[in-house]
Design a protein around this ligand. Structure first.
Ligand code: COA
Length: 187
């Protein structure tokens, strides 16, 4: 399927564009924002590479990595990114918000929207998500949107300098289409 734009209660999900560079750089180069991600905060070339990758995927005939720029409906401010990637065989969802927008429930709203895209629009069978076990904000989103914890991989992910470069556990969650449908029907 080709890339499509989406909307949820407070958010819109659109293609990235080169003009987004300054805001994206502001989150990807920031150590607080990147604390639980693999590796170090990204440099300018990394961010250009990421934007090029996101735009190329959105322009592909068959989109295998949906990488959305997430903006507020109220004023179109770019607040983060939403992902449904590794299609069709190994679908995985993810989220990143600029630190100015944490703890307003946007992450949970994004997570639900990615599951809706995967199950209702793309008819996927199973979707996974994963994070550093120290990243409570991220794994709580997985739980709030109905995903099950399937694995805890011990000392599987190297923290960056913000975590003293220590080896951290990694959590993996998953949800099947039938679990999603049952939860939606019960609403
Ligand atoms: C992880 C992230 C997306 C959370 O987004 P958010 O919009 O703040 O999350 P929500 O407001 O929807 O909250 C979801 C849950 O996480 C909890 N939470 C959010 N941030 C938290 C934090 N820093 N510490 C502990 N819990 C946190 C909330 O309290 C809520 O759980 P609760 O219902 O049990 O109280 C955001 O912190 C972020 O972008 N971090 C940097 C990028 C990142 O780590 N992405 C994930 C990579 S795997």
């Amino acid at each position: 399927m080709r890339f499509i734009e989406l909307a949820s209660e407070r958010l819109r999900y659109r293609k990235f564009k080169n003009d987004d560079f300054a805001v994206v750089f502001d989150w990807l180069s920031n150590s607080e924002n990147m604390k639980y991600r693999r590796g170090e905060p990204r440099n300018e070339a990394d961010v250009r590479g990421y934007l090029n990758w996101a735009i190329a995927n959105a322009d592909a005939e068959e989109c295998k990595n949906f990488e959305f720029a997430v903006v507020l409906k109220t004023d179109n401010s770019l607040i983060g990114a939403a992902t449904l990637m590794n299609l069709p065989d190994d679908p995985e969802i993810g989220w990143t918000l600029h630190r100015n927008y944490w703890r307003h429930g946007y992450g949970t709203e994004i997570g639900r929207t990615m599951l809706r895209l995967g199950f209702d629009t793309l008819a996927l069978r199973r979707i996974i998500a994963g994070c550093n076990a120290l990243n409570r904000g991220s794994y709580r989103i997985m739980e709030l949107i109905g995903m099950r914890r399937e694995a805890r991989f011990i000392k599987a992910q190297r923290g960056g300098s913000a975590l003293g470069n220590k080896w951290c556990d990694r959590l993996q969650y998953a949800i099947l289409q039938e679990e999603w449908k049952t939860a939606e029907d019960a609403k």
